[in-house]
Design a protein around this ligand. Structure first.
Ligand code: PXL
Length: 293
């Protein structure tokens, strides 16, 4: 029987020509980790939506045609990983894609890309939030930032959170279906120069946190890079805390590698400078197991 020596990831994200987001981050990261990425582009953009004057071409019809073709082939995906979606109708297409291609051991990762730092991205609206709430019900793993987590739970956004509230948010999102909820870009009310990634697994009932150094710059696409590393780690059999640790370490290094340059952060991180780190040996050590509550 034909065997594929590389695990396959169906990557459902946009393709943006400038500004390192979505497929331009997902493909190099997962390829560097040894996975075969099968892109299903959701939209073609001249640049990410943070760069003024961007052009967006919705690819919903093209997606439907690609999926029809894939359905006729004997193709098996080890993971389905979705990110930036262009329209509410498209979310429905993704939901149907998952129900057709998901097998017993398929890892379904949904990054509910909606916004950051308390505001929605310019192409997002209330209809997208409503549909995204529905899509996350099908996920094994979701990776919202605080803005997205609050939008998915109809909670007002607060820039700084208490740990007790963070745990409640993670648990409430997990109660909706995803066994693993990872929340990125968390700022705590009692810590100034640090941000955190928090996670909850309903399988082990464990909460985890990893601390990241705060850098005063916002690069679009760091969430995509983070979730891509987590997806690769989980596919290669790493535990959840090791996956978080590796992803935080990789993103922190990428931001540090970019921050020293005179460079408009809207254009994203210099990913290519740090890609080789993904194949370097890794010594985990910064994750913390929190008390259950
Ligand atoms: O990483 C989020 C993202 C994805 N895709 C597009 C974006 C952004 C964030 O700005 O603009 C097109």
């Amino acid at each position: 029987m034909f065997q594929n020596p590389c695990k396959k990831v169906a990557a459902i994200h946009d393709l943006s020509g400038l500004g390192k987001v979505s497929l331009t981050a997902v493909i190099p990261i997962l390829s560097s980790m040894g996975f075969q990425v099968c892109p299903l582009p959701t939209a073609l953009l001249s640049s990410n939506t943070e760069i003024e004057g961007y052009r967006l071409f919705d690819l919903t019809d093209a997606m439907k045609a690609v999926i029809e073709h894939w359905k006729t082939l004997d193709v098996k995906f080890n993971a389905i990983y979705s990110g930036f979606l262009g329209s509410p109708l498209q979310i429905d297409v993704v939901k149907n894609f998952i129900s057709f291609f998901r097998k017993k051991d398929t890892l379904v990762v949904i990054d509910p890309v909606l916004g950051d730092n308390g505001r929605l991205y310019s192409s997002m609206n209330e209809d997208m939030i409503r549909e995204m709430k529905n899509l996350i019900l099908s996920a094994d793993v979701i990776t919202p930032n605080v803005t997205e987590a609050c939008a998915l739970l109809d909670m007002p956004y607060k820039a700084k959170q208490e740990e007790r509230t963070i745990k409640q948010i993670l648990k409430s999102l997990s109660d909706k279906g995803p066994k693993t909820v990872i929340m990125t870009n968390v700022n705590r009310s009692d810590k100034k120069r640090q941000t955190y990634v928090y996670a909850y697994s309903s399988l082990t009932k464990h909460f985890w946190k990893v601390c990241c150094d705060y850098v005063p710059a916002n690069y679009p696409g760091t969430g995509d890079a983070f979730t891509s590393v987590v997806t690769g780690c989980l596919l290669q059999g790493d535990s959840l805390p090791i996956a978080l640790d590796r992803a935080v370490h990789f993103i922190t290094t990428a931001i540090r590698a970019s921050y020293g340059y005179q460079h408009d952060p809207k254009y994203g991180i210099y990913l290519e400078k740090v890609l080789p780190n993904l194949s370097a040996p890794f010594q985990p050590g910064s994750f913390i197991l929190l008390d259950e509550e």
